[in-house]
Write a new protein. Sequence first.
Length: 180
Amino acid sequence: MKRYSATILLALFCLGMVSGCARKEPEDTGSTGGNVLAGQTLTEIVDAIYEKHPVELPVGTIPVDLADEYAVNSYLGLSSSANIREAVASESMLGAQAYSLVLCRVAENADTKAIAQQMHDGIDQRKWVCVVADDLKVSAWGDLILLVMISSDYSQSGTAETLTNALVQLCGREPDVQIG
């Protein structure tokens, strides 16, 4: 299992390096609005976050099926995906590790602040049943929302703050919205 996890982590690292080299500079969107990091896929942005701040957990990143109501609620904490264009979730590949990093783009003209608040209020920090992600932060830059929740037991690997700060560096500015 360790060899498999190490191979996947190495593959993710290599993918992050390759996509990081091709990354465009973030566009200046001012303090609100805009399509942040528009030239990159959400998976490429997640890889770049991990390049800035690696986590010491075996993680995998998958697209969230916005047609699946259960997936939308489990990953995003939302009852509907009506205002979400796309989303990816990066979680531990081992079941009982309370860690989740979710990145989504909201639909054009959607109320990003309201959606970020709904995500914060609706996410189940105990979705792993026997463990809890007691460190939660939801932040938004233009049309991009980042939700990070992690157990404080893994603080040596990262915190919601350190992972959010990695995206602050990529965006080149503080978030428009920060909850938690």
